[in-house]
Design a binder for this molecule. Sequence first.
Ligand code: DC
Length: 223
Amino acid sequence: MSEIINIAIDGPAGAGKSTVSRRAAAHFGFIYVDTGALYRAVGLNALRLGLDTSDPIAVGGTLGSVKVSLRFIDGEQRIFLFDEDVSEAIRTPEASMAASNVSAIPSVREFLFDLQRDIAAENNCVMDGRDIGTVVLPNAKVKLFLTASPEKRAERRCAELTAKGIGEKYENVLADIIQRDYNDSHREIAPLKQADDAVLIDTTEMTLEQSVEAVISAIKERI
Ligand code: DC
């Protein structure tokens, strides 16, 4: 069997990671794994149960029965909560905040860890998240850290939400991003941080096409 190649792409919310990772994965014929969707599904489940999503005991109590799975249809990831496809439902601002909250809970991270490792062990993949290069796949062949200024990221997130018909004020989106950055990089477990051996790509001044090109060429140089 030929060597399995894993590419880890980490960075804050709205840096363009998911679009760029998806395009890079398609370029190399790899699957694209969006690990944020897993945290979002766990968060959405807790929200639907009416729980405080930052309460470790309450959220931890859902892990024995919740069923979260990823399915790849033509290389495209869909996320299932029990038997429901929640790929769209996990994208609301409420689900984003719930995801950020539950992702700080150690039992949630542990719960999702094996799922991520197992997918990477069996597939050539581009996996994006916050701790892929540092914790989930420390031996990934290529590690990239994608970032951009908070203002630029808020601008992009607004455009994305508008395209999906979800209206949200720029100020609210920016405040959300700043809050999530803070949560994600200050939590005790697996905080968002660049791995020592990751390549930093700042996309603030780049168009989407330029970001995709920068990522593809950084990967090409290393595989
Ligand atoms: O990438 P995203 O916005 O869909 O991620 C949702 C939340 O999940 C985000 O606040 C950080 C968290 N997350 C994480 O802690 N670890 C990951 N590997 C991916 C996402």
